[in-house]
Design a protein around this ligand. Structure first.
Ligand code: FES
Ligand code: FES
Length: 168
């Protein structure tokens, strides 16, 4: 990336949920703001803006990251996945279905970030235990649900994935 004067903007091209996307970002622009304001993908929420609440979690090149702690220019050329990518053709993912079934959403502010973290964890740890899933969920603040339903949804998916993997 070239060195720019204050206020000048970089052209940032990345892949957003499988499609090429280009926008403009100052050197200091956060990935969360870039995704929402420049690319118009407002499913990613912003809460604390300092890495605590987890609402802004997205995946960058397959890893779950806090987009409020990532600069937009750091994601140039990367594969970025947001909550919109979980249901590309309007069909909910297995985790989203479980959230619906277990009433794991109230205001929904925390939900996109939790979905992205759990999706990542369950993909990379299909044998996840309840304690492990609680650890992942513990990285997110939810002020509404009391967490019980969120844990139930995550455990439900882990159980289904485990059973599916064991089918001959
Ligand atoms: S907005 Fe990024 S962790 Fe809270
Ligand atoms: S559902 Fe409201 S913050 Fe989690």
């Amino acid at each position: 990336m070239p060195i720019l004067k204050a206020g000048e903007r970089h052209t940032v091209t990345l892949t957003l949920n499988g499609r090429p996307a280009t926008g403009y970002a100052e050197s200091r622009t956060l990935l969360s703001d870039f995704i929402r304001h420049e690319l118009g993908a407002t499913g990613t929420h912003v809460g604390c803006e300092h890495g605590v609440c987890g609402a802004c979690t997205v995946r960058v090149d397959g890893k779950a990251v806090r987009s409020c702690l990532t600069l937009a220019v750091q994601a140039a050329g990367c594969q970025v996945e947001t909550v919109e990518g979980l249901a590309p053709r309007g069909t909910l993912s297995i985790l989203q279905e479980a959230f619906k079934r277990h009433h794991a959403v109230q205001c929904g502010y925390c939900t996109p970030g939790i979905l992205m973290s759990l999706t990542h964890y369950l993909e990379t740890n299909p044998e996840a235990t309840e304690m492990q899933l609680r650890e992942v969920i513990g990285g997110h603040l939810c002020r509404c649900t009391g967490y019980t339903q969120i844990v139930a949804a995550a455990v439900d998916v882990a159980t289904r994935l485990r059973e599916a993997a064991r089918k001959p």
